[in-house]
Design a protein around this ligand. Structure first.
Ligand SMILES: NC(=O)c1ccc[n+]([C@@H]2O[C@H](COP(=O)([O-])OP(=O)(O)OC[C@H]3O[C@@H](n4cnc5c(N)ncnc54)[C@H](OP(=O)(O)O)[C@@H]3O)[C@@H](O)[C@H]2O)c1
Length: 284
């Protein structure tokens, strides 16, 4: 089956499954595993804010990653009201080079992402910044757990040409750069695992967030039945499972690890490792 057909069938299956009452996964049990300190990038809305909330509820001190300090501090303040813990904002604009590396982080959730932005920005925010953050925090803590929020759209891509995308300022109207960046994130996850890092990836589902809403023209948006999409809390449920699961799965979707739903290209890490290495991002 052609890759775009496989992806489209997957989307259809997800929409139909979302529409069935009672089929949506509510998240892992509310147990704490000792917590620690979690950094969640893109914690200022959509899925990321709900991941912050779910981690705070499970005993983590949460660093809310935000490019806008006011938005990040507002989320952190809400977390402090709702849950015990020293929840704070960590300012990082992932499109702007090196982010500061906070101390004491034992869980990193690379959640921030853009879709339909310029091709070079898509590459920086969706892959290079997560790679830089991961490798920087891993150098400080060998026990770091990493959860990469990917997307089933990786099924549309064959490869992730990093240098070529960084050189391309055109808007990613076809979302092919988005698909390639998410394939790259999955290959990065596989390369980390090959090098002994506790790294997991997940697809949160089709979630009604600003990112997805922005994809549809206003007239379509107005008539789309909401029940076809997960809420941000429902999307976060799968990310939270990837965060706390002791089984260390590879590709979480809905309520479990489903590596069969990923493409064979996800484990073809050679070209990506070389391209990242050329940018000074050495995984080994
Ligand atoms: N929604 C879906 O159906 C869906 C499906 C598959 C995968 N995903 C993935 O899920 C993740 C979260 O997406 P979402 O749907 O929750 O989208 P969203 O509501 O648009 O949230 C995206 C988050 O990323 C942040 N962000 C964007 N550019 C940034 C930058 N340069 N530096 C730092 N933060 C930046 C945003 O910050 P601001 O608040 O400042 O804008 C926001 O917090 C993404 O990786 C996305 O690819 C989503």
């Amino acid at each position: 089956m052609r890759r775009s057909a496989r992806w489209a069938l997957g989307i259809l299956g997800e929409l139909l499954s979302n529409a069935k009452p009672g089929r949506r996964y509510a998240g892992p049990p509310m147990t704490t595993n000792g917590g620690g300190r979690a950094l969640v990038t893109g914690g200022t809305g959509g899925i990321g804010e709900e991941v912050c909330r779910g981690l705070a509820a499970r005993g983590y001190d949460v660093l809310v990653g935000a490019r806008d300090p006011a938005k990040g501090e507002a989320v952190a303040a809400r977390l402090r009201e709702e849950f015990p813990g020293a929840h704070k904002c960590a300012v990082c604009d992932l499109n702007e080079g090196d982010a500061a590396l906070p101390r004491g982080v034992n869980l990193l959730v690379n959640n921030a992402g853009v879709m339909g932005a310029a091709t070079d920005e898509t590459m920086r925010v969706n892959l290079l910044a997560p790679a830089r953050l991961t490798l920087g925090l891993r150098a400080r803590n060998r026990k770091l757990r990493v959860v990469n929020v990917a997307s089933s759209s990786h099924l549309r891509a064959r490869a992730c040409p990093v240098a070529r995308m960084l050189d391309d300022r055109r808007r990613d109207k076809s979302l092919s750069a988005y698909a390639a960046s998410k394939l790259g994130l999955l290959q990065f996850t596989a390369a980390l695992r090959n090098n002994g890092v506790d790294a997991r990836a997940c697809h949160p589902g089709l979630v009604w967030t600003p990112m997805l809403k922005g994809f549809f023209p206003a007239p379509v948006r107005a008539v789309l039945p909401r029940r076809l999409f997960k809420t941000p809390a429902e999307g976060a449920a799968t990310v939270l499972l990837a965060c706390v699961d002791d089984e260390a799965g590879t590709y979480y979707m809905d309520s479990g690890d489903r590596p069969a739903a990923a493409s064979p290209e996800c484990s073809a890490t050679g070209a990506l490792v070389d391209e990242l290495g050329a940018l000074g991002l050495n995984i080994r």
